[in-house]
Design a protein around this ligand. Sequence first.
Ligand SMILES: O=C(O)CCC(=O)C(=O)O
Ligand SMILES: [Fe+2]
Length: 261
Amino acid sequence: MNTDLTSEQIESYQRDGFVLHRNFLNPQEVQELKTGVMEAVESMGRRKVSTDRADMVDGEKYYDKVFTQRLNLWRINDCVKSYMLSPELGSMLESLENTKFRMWHDQALIKEPFGNPTAWHLDNPYWSFYSKNAVSIWIALEPATLENGCMWFSPGSHRLARYDNSGIGQNLADLFNVYPEMAEIDPVAVPMQPGDCSFHNGLTAHGAGANMTRGRRIAMTCAYMPEGSTFNGQRNILPDSYFNSLTVGDTLENDDWNPRL
Ligand SMILES: O=C(O)CCC(=O)C(=O)O
Ligand SMILES: [Fe+2]
């Protein structure tokens, strides 16, 4: 793992709300992580979440055709776990946001051949905590190109964002009805080769195009929660028993579900 971020990369992340980091994984590591990810994905069948939430399964709706989405692979695959919870990755996140992190959730996002675009959205409004410092990593395990739906980011949008959620629906631009100022920003496409990754802040607007090719766009991603974040009442990925035990304002510090990096 190439875990060195330059001061230029850190500055650019803090200014724009995202940054590209090439060759984060070498070809051998890409192969190793991809094997772990694909094993976990296959073992889950049509279930979206690894160890609970049997209610969340793939259907045939529009959103199911945006990507094959499989969450919390780290709980069932030690290889995935060792990458997503690696202390070196934790140090990278800390250098970007000047805070310590816990796992929120990981997700494999496979945009299948001819898959729908990923509408512009913000991540943090989905989650069970609100923070200006949450961050996600998005790792390409296959080439991500303009043709197959690479990521696009809206530089500086994190500074305009609130916690209102536009969702990820059929209208690519719904986000801009909620935040019209963001429609004034020129988006930046971030094509990647396998092993490249990006980091984006939980409030940075982003999306991805359709997959116009016959190949799968395979990415492994993970969202991280700043240490000390508190419960905002939203369920998101929380398991039943834990969700039911929480009161708004409680610190999310369950070492089983949200381990430290
Ligand atoms: O991979 C995609 O198409 C979208 C990814 C995304 O929204 C994210 O990683 O937060
Ligand atoms: Fe997202």
